[in-house]
Every structure is written in C-alpha cells, then in structure tokens.
Ligand binder design. Structure first.
Ligand SMILES: NC(=O)c1ccc[n+]([C@@H]2O[C@H](COP(=O)([O-])OP(=O)(O)OC[C@H]3O[C@@H](n4cnc5c(N)ncnc54)[C@H](O)[C@@H]3O)[C@@H](O)[C@H]2O)c1
Length: 365
C-alpha cells in the first residue's frame, strides 16, 4: 500500500478504535473511556454480543465483525490491537500504513521477524507503535524500581523473576495453546511481562546470551486448564510449552533467571515475583495480590536495615493507555521515540530462548 497522505496533525480530540473485545480489549476500552477528549468511535470483534455490549456501554457508533472494515473508517487517529497474537502484525502494519497510531497488546507479535516488520512500518509511517506492558506499572514494581534506581541495592549482579500458575492455561484448546496462532506458550504470553519488568528494573541491560528449556507436561494431557479466561476453546490441540525456564547473560556480567509457567504442581495458585542481589543490598517482591510483599535488604554496618518501601497505586492498562494517548498528542518528535523497538527486543530474546530450548545449547543474541 502507498504511504499515507494524512497530514501530521497533532490532534487534541482523538478518535480511537479498539479491535478485539476479550479481556484485553475490555481493559483498553475502560481506559480510553476515562480520558478527556478521547472518543471511542469504533470497535471490532467476532462476537456479536460483545460488540453490542461495548457499543452500548461506551456509546460507540460503529461496530464491525472484521478488523479490515474498521480500518476503512474515516478520521480514525489511533487503534488498540487486542486480538490473538498472529493478528498483531497484519493489523498494526495495515493501520500504520494508513497513518493510524497503534497500541498493540503484548507480545509485539509471534516472533521477532513479524515484530521487526511492525517496527519498520511505524518508522516508515512516522506514527506511534506502543506495546502494552501493564505489569511494569504495578505500584509494587514501581516502588522496587525507585529503590533500585536510588542505588539501594548497589550494582545488581543476579536476579530471578517468574510468573507461575498452578492451573492457569488460558483456556485449553484456544488460540493461546496453538503455536501457529500464539507463537509460543507461557514464555511468550506471561514470560514477556516478566522479561519486560525484570530488564526495566535492572536498567535495561543488553541480553547477550540465553540458555533455556521448555516443558509440555500437563497441557497435552488436558491438565492445568483454566476456563475463566476470555479466549474461546476451539478444536486446536495443545502445541506449546506449559513451563519454561531461561538463564540470561546480561551486558556487564549480571545474570537473570526467568521462569514462566501456566501450569505446574505448586503453591500458591498464581504468583509473580522478582528477586535481586546487588553489591550493597538486595530486594524481593512476591505478588499474589495487589500490592505484593516487597522487602529491601540492607545493612547499616553490623545492623540489619531491611525495610518495606511505600507502595503507590498500580497503573496497569490505564497507565499504558494514558501514555499512548499522551504520545499521540505530543507530536512527531515524540512519535519517533515510540516505535515498538523495546517490545521487539523482548520478543527477540524469547525467540532466542525457544531456539536454545530446541537445540539444547546456549544461544548468543
Ligand atoms: N497485557 C495483558 O495483561 C494481557 C492480558 C490478556 C491478554 N493479553 C493479550 O491481548 C490479546 C488478546 O487476548 P485476549 O485474552 O483478550 O483474547 P480473547 O481470545 O479473549 O479475545 C480476542 C478478541 O479478538 C477478536 N478477534 C479475533 N479475530 C478477529 C478478527 N479477525 N477480526 C476482529 N476481531 C477478531 C475476538 O473476536 C475477540 O474479541 C493477546 O495478544 C494477548 O496476549 C494481554
């Protein structure tokens, strides 16, 4: 398609569309609906009931069963892409080529190759491509980041981060469990959040090499499923991993151990965590609710000086959407800084983890 002829207008009133009305799409709708000057003009999804409910709740004038039709609507400034992972790239690229700013759900795409095409499209169009990493906006993670950035742990040299569920395969037999539609299992799904907040907490070091293993022990036997997720079950088989672990060598010598599991015999049912050892202190966050339990480990000479920092409110999707809208309103200079490349880096690391697991060796990035 030819590059968009739309002018680079910095609009204050924004017309947005949301594609996909599962759990993720609902978070985007809720968030947009609270921002002054943002009008949700269109929604697209395959479920007639969800389209009707969204149209009524948010006074949306246009509903579509096909995302292609939504993109044809005149005057759209921005869209959210909250559909299964295999559709992130085609929808985002088509929108960017029309001059429409894009907020995509995570992971950026099924793999780095598709993610790169999205980043290239954002740069060519000169439009925003943001990716929703809502968990790094948790109040407890922000408090932990504040402590690390203030030097409370000194130089971090080892960190461990995980998101683990007992029985949390997001609907056995849905697109989530089909590698062709999802690109991967828990490593791509929730591991990408873990990788995102861990790298952010550690000051965004480059990942130099990874050594990973993946397991598929419960899902293929019909175990570990959770039907409370919004995705619909189809006849897809379970073709992804249900647990993954990866050892990452980081620039500067630090190492990071990651675990991502939808299902394993463990307690508690659903837990996210982060642990760091540094030269002057350490920290541990265990999240089973909001806020999680956060401790900073320090000493003052021979005295133990451990403490729990104050934790603020969690931003989650609202924070992501507020920042996206602010970036779109900020104009061209800011648009260049929002090209999806940070999200692409995460997906490239995950690609390397899958390659390492397949080949049974360390993979350099
Ligand atoms: N950031 C988070 O915390 C978070 C949480 C859950 C899901 N997600 C991400 O959000 C995305 C969606 O996940 P979900 O759990 O909401 O999935 P879901 O299966 O519950 O919902 C997907 C939606 O996409 C729509 N859709 C599918 N194909 C379509 C098409 N061709 N045209 C128009 N609409 C179409 C479906 O009709 C449905 O409304 C995924 O990328 C997932 O990784 C992010």
């Amino acid at each position: 398609m030819a590059p968009s002829k739309r002018r680079n207008i910095v609009t204050t009133d924004l017309k947005v569309g949301v594609i996909g009305l599962g759990w993720a799409g609902q978070q985007h709708l809720d968030a947009y609906s609270t921002i002054e000057g943002v009008e949700i003009v269109a929604v697209a999804a395959m479920e007639q009931d969800l389209l009707a409910a969204a149209a009524e709740k948010y006074a949306v004038a246009n509903t579509f069963a096909r995302w292609e039709d939504l993109l044809e609507l005149d005057g759209l400034d921005a869209i959210s892409v909250a559909v299964p992972n295999f559709l992130h790239a085609p929808i985002a690229i088509a929108a960017l080529q029309r001059g429409i700013h894009v907020l995509s759900e995570k992971p950026i795409a099924r793999n780095g190759e598709e993610g790169q095409q999205m980043v290239d499209a954002a740069r060519a169009a000169g439009r925003v491509l943001d990716v929703a990493f809502n968990h790094r906006r948790r109040g407890d993670i922000q408090a932990l980041k504040g402590a690390i950035d203030r030097g409370e742990v000194g130089r971090p040299y080892f960190a461990k981060a995980a998101w683990l569920r007992r029985q949390g395969i997001p609907m056995l037999g849905s697109w989530f469990t089909n590698p062709a539609l999802a690109g991967g299992g828990p490593l791509a799904d929730i591991g990408v959040h873990v990788l995102d907040y861990a790298l952010d907490l550690l000051g965004e070091p480059e990942v130099l090499a990874v050594s990973a293993s993946t397991y598929s022990e419960l899902g293929p036997r019909g175990l570990g499923g959770n039907a409370q997720y919004s995705a619909a079950a189809t006849d897809h088989a379970f073709g992804v991993e249900d647990f993954a672990t990866a050892f990452l060598r980081l620039e500067g010598g630090a190492t990071l151990l990651i675990e991502a599991g939808w299902a394993s015999y463990r307690n508690p049912d659903d837990e996210m965590n982060f642990l760091v050892y540094g030269t002057d202190g350490g920290a541990e966050l265990r999240v089973a609710g909001d806020p999680g339990e956060l401790r900073i480990f320090r000493d003052n000479g021979a005295e133990n000086a451990d403490y729990s920092p104050e934790v603020g409110e969690s931003g989650m999707h609202l924070g992501v959407v507020i920042d996206f809208v602010a970036a779109v309103r900020a104009g061209e200079e800011e648009w260049k800084r929002h090209d999806g490349s940070l999200a692409l880096k995460r997906t490239r690391v995950i690609d390397a983890c899958y390659a390492s697991a397949r080949e049974g060796r360390e993979v350099q990035l």
